[in-house]
Structure formats: structure tokens, C-alpha cells
Design a protein around this ligand. Structure first.
Ligand code: NAD
Length: 283
């Protein structure tokens, strides 16, 4: 591992991000000099199509790596020298590592973050039939994770049918058409009724998007419910699911494990995700 590390986060509106604190607290425990800078494209007057300028600047200034967030996870790809297999399959990069040779390689730790959080928080949860609400960036990472860890079949639901169809097409190519289908909102009761679990990956439940993403009557004992929203950690959906007797998983684990996986890529050191989860709870 390195003795010091300079990294950053590029995206829109990154000011409130918890990533600097999560990374720097873990680095402190490793005795590592670690700076995690926020690089917000909005005050810089840069659109997502100009993320390449920032990536090149960071490389020249000696950064070891970058996290990349909304709305740059796709646009960054053409500016990189290579991609991990997973990032290439997902078509999204949330972590860039600058090698000693100057090459910038893109990775995706959102999907591995969800996979590790799911394994830890809902061990032995049945994964025969899973309904995924939301086919955007987070939904794509979750879908990739669930099919990679062996879910038999995923049903995608999105209020924008084109997004559900688009993601289903990509997943069918990768994992086989028999393992993926889409459902219109009207088909949700039947889909959830026959499912082992539900993953929520829309912004519903955040302050700007209050409320529940599906009718509360669809929640029942025996259905597990995993949340991707982590601000707040306790969403109306999680509260309703728990009240209905569901096993639940909050979105904090995905946020922490994606940070832990990025920390390992940046530093070559093994992060302690349990300590990082405790940090998140007190941030
Ligand atoms: P996005 O805009 O890319 O995708 C959201 C999708 O949800 C859209 O396709 C939209 O049409 C759909 N949608 C909205 N309301 C819906 C509803 N009621 N039913 C069905 N579909 C609906 O957003 P994103 O980047 O995927 O982020 C989604 C949420 O996930 C955000 O709250 C974000 O903060 C969170 N997130 C969490 C983590 C984590 O580490 N825990 C990582 C990434 C994103």
C-alpha cells in the first residue's frame, strides 16, 4: 500500500456527500495520510460531457484515484484507458484508479457494494423471484449484483417503461432472457405477490421525493425488502415493511461497501467495513 493518498469525488451537487468522512476516518485508522477532495461540476460551470477535462487534470496533479457520481458515471468512460470487466458490462464507472504508468482504469463498486451488503444484512434470504423497483443507475447495479450472486429471476418495474425495457435488454444479453422480465405498474401486485423479495432503487423516500414507492398492502410477512436510499437511512418504505413483518435491509450498507471497495482499489489496503458502518451511523 501507499503511505499517502490523494483522491476525490467528481459529480453534481456533491457537497453533502459522506464519502470524504467515510474514507478519511478509515484511512486514519490505517495511519495513512489521505485527502478526499470534493470536485463539484456545478460551480465549475461544467456539464457531465466535460468530465474528461477533470479526470485528465487530476491525473496530471498526482491524484491516486477518483470516485465518480451522478451525472458522470457514463460520460467518464470514453476518457479512460481501460475498464474492469464489471464496469464494462454495467456501462457505468464510479471509481477510477490512476496507475503508476499513468493509465486511468474505471471500476464499478456500486454493484459489489450492494452484493456485499445483501450478503451481510440478509444472509440466507431466498432469491428465487425478486422484484426490483427502479431501473436507473442504482437499479442497474443492484440487478447486476443479484443476478451475479445467483437470483433465479428478476422482475423490473419502473414508471418509465423505456428504462425498464432498456435495462432488461442489457441484463438478458449478459445473464439470459429467462432470468429477466419487466412489469408495468398495474402488474406489480401479482409480481410482488409471487416474489421472495423486493429491492427498492428509486429516489422515493428521500426528502425531495416523499412517500412510498408502492401500495403498502403489497408488503407482507415472508417478503424481504432491501432499500437503496440511504438518506434518510430509515425510509417510509422500511418502516412500513418492518410493520408488515418483513425482514429488511437499509441502504447504508451499499453506501459503505462501495466506499470500502473503492478504498481498497485506491490504497491497496484492506478496509474494515464493520468500523465504516459504525462511522456511517454516527455521521
Ligand atoms: P435514477 O434517476 O438513475 O433512477 C431512478 C429510477 O426510478 C428512474 O428510472 C425513475 O423512472 C424510476 N422511478 C421513480 N419513481 C418510481 C416509482 N415510484 N416506481 C417505479 N420507478 C420509479 O436514480 P439512481 O441514481 O438510480 O438513484 C436512485 C436512488 O438510489 C437515490 O435515492 C440514490 O440516492 C440512491 N443510491 C444509493 C446508493 C447507495 O450506495 N446506497 C448508490 C446509488 C444510488
Amino acid at each position: 500500500g501507499r503511505e499517502s493518498c490523494l483522491v476525490g469525488l467528481i459529480g453534481s451537487g456533491v457537497g453533502p456527500s459522506l464519502s470524504p468522512a467515510l474514507h478519511q476516518r478509515e484511512a486514519d485508522r490505517h495511519g495513512l495520510r489521505y485527502l478526499y477532495r470534493l470536485i463539484d461540476i456545478d460551480p465549475l460551470g461544467l456539464g457531465p460531457e466535460r468530465v474528461g477535462e477533470l479526470v485528465r487534470a487530476a491525473a496530471r496533479l498526482g491524484f491516486d484515484g477518483l470516485n465518480i457520481t451522478h451525472p458522470c458515471k457514463q460520460t467518464v468512460i470514453e476518457h479512460l484507458d481501460g475498464l474492469s470487466e464489471d464496469a464494462a458490462l454495467l456501462g457505468a464507472v464510479n471509481t477510477v484508479v490512476f496507475g503508476a504508468d499513468g493509465r486511468a482504469i474505471g471500476h464499478n463498486t456500486d454493484w459489489s457494494g450492494f452484493a456485499r451488503s445483501f450478503a451481510r444484512g440478509l444472509p440466507d434470504a431466498p432469491t428465487g423471484e425478486i422484484v426490483l423497483l427502479g431501473a436507473g443507475g442504482a437499479g442497474a447495479a443492484v440487478a447486476h449484483a443479484l443476478l451475479t450472486v445467483g437470483a433465479d429471476r428478476l422482475t423490473l418495474a419502473d414508471t418509465d417503461p423505456a428504462r425498464a425495457a432498456g435495462l432488461a435488454g442489457t441484463l438478458a444479453t449478459r445473464f439470459g432472457a429467462a432470468r429477466v422480465r419487466t412489469v408495468a405498474p398495474g402488474g406489480l401486485p401479482a409480481a410482488v405477490g409471487g416474489a421472495d423479495g423486493l429491492v427498492h432503487a428509486t429516489p422515493t423516500g428521500m426528502a425531495a421525493h416523499p412517500g412510498l414507492p408502492l401500495p403498502v398492502e403489497l408488503l407482507r410477512t415472508g417478503l424481504w425488502v432491501a432499500e437503496v436510499v440511504y438518506r434518510p437511512l430509515e425510509t417510509p418504505l422500511l418502516a412500513a415493511a418492518r410493520a408488515a413483518g418483513c425482514r429488511t435491509l437499509d441502504g447504508g450498507g451499499m453506501a459503505v461497501f462501495q466506499a470500502a471497495d473503492a478504498f481498497r482499489l485506491f490504497t491497496g489496503r484492506e478496509p474494515d467495513a464493520t468500523r465504516m458502518l459504525a462511522d456511517l451511523a454516527d455521521l
